[in-house]
Write a protein that binds this ligand. Structure first.
Ligand code: FPP
Length: 256
């Protein structure tokens, strides 16, 4: 059996008090989440895997609202990797319909809550209906100033870096940039996350302790937090627990 959630509400008597206490500390600017465990969540209930993904979609809504309330600036969610195309076609088709369903239902709410929708990943590889629904949401929320809800769809970090290098070489060949001018910052500016800060905190659910080709460059100094909880069971309390744990860590970025 996987471990039960053990965050104890010790000092404060209510969840809201804990939230307020955490908000007095440093809130991670950018939280990235590998939303894992949908399939196992469904299997435990003798349900099809897609039922787990559907439940996971509802958690996206809940966690987005809560992250916004906590004052997180960017929430990047790994919704579909460049490797996920290897899954059964029926599951891929379902996953590709989820952004449409999610945004079809919750876009007005996201607009109202001042959330900006963004996308990283190779757009060209997405079915038109998926791409169009996300692009519509990006457009509808582009002037919002609250939380950036950044979906990683058809995203792979190695793919992103290869794409960045192709563009750098093209710019170098055309004389736009000289090789000695390529610094870490310049390389970052060629990535799909160019306008975003690096994640402060990376969360992976479901007990797997790996990164799975997610933001490899960007997480060089990111704090990692792993939980056994399956994504469909992930709650505001779990996110708060991760944030409080993050606040207790001493980040030295290689210094002393
Ligand atoms: C990994 O769990 C999860 C995914 C590949 C998909 C994640 C997608 C969502 C949570 C919904 C996204 C919602 C929107 C709005 C885009 P898994 O299927 O690998 O789980 P398993 O390891 O237990 O099989």
């Amino acid at each position: 059996m996987f471990k039960k959630f053990t965050f104890r509400k010790q000092k404060a008597s209510s969840f809201n008090e804990l939230v307020e206490e955490a908000k007095k500390g440093y809130i991670p600017n950018h939280i990235a989440i590998i939303m894992d465990g949908n399939g196992r969540w469904a299997k435990r209930r003798a349900m099809p895997r897609i039922a787990g993904h559907h439940e996971g979609m509802k958690v996206v809504r809940k966690i987005t609202k809560f992250a916004n309330k906590m004052g997180v600036k960017v929430l990047t969610l790994y919704a579909f990797s460049t490797e996920n195309w290897k899954r059964p076609q029926q599951e891929v088709d379902f996953l590709m319909k989820l952004p449409q369903e999610f945004l079809g239902t919750f876009l007005p709410e996201l607009v109202e809550e001042n959330v900006q929708v963004r996308l990283i990943g190779q757009r060209d590889g997405l079915p038109a209906h998926t791409r169009e629904s996300v692009e519509k949401a990006i457009k509808a929320t582009q002037h919002n100033t609250g939380l950036i809800l950044n979906f990683a769809l058809n995203y792979g970090s190695r793919d992103e870096m290869v794409y960045a290098i192709q563009n750098l070489v093209t710019d170098s060949n055309s004389g736009k940039i000289q090789p000695h001018e390529i610094t870490e910052d310049v390389f970052s500016s060629y990535l799909m996350t160019s306008s975003l800060p690096d994640p402060d905190l990376l969360i992976r659910t479901s007990g797997e302790i790996r990164i799975s080709n997610f933001m490899l460059w960007q997480i060089a100094y990111t704090e990692l937090w792993f939980t056994d909880v399956f994504w469909p069971d992930f709650t505001e309390e779990h996110l708060l627990e991760a944030i409080v744990n993050f606040q207790r860590r001493g980040r030295r970025f290689g210094g002393v």
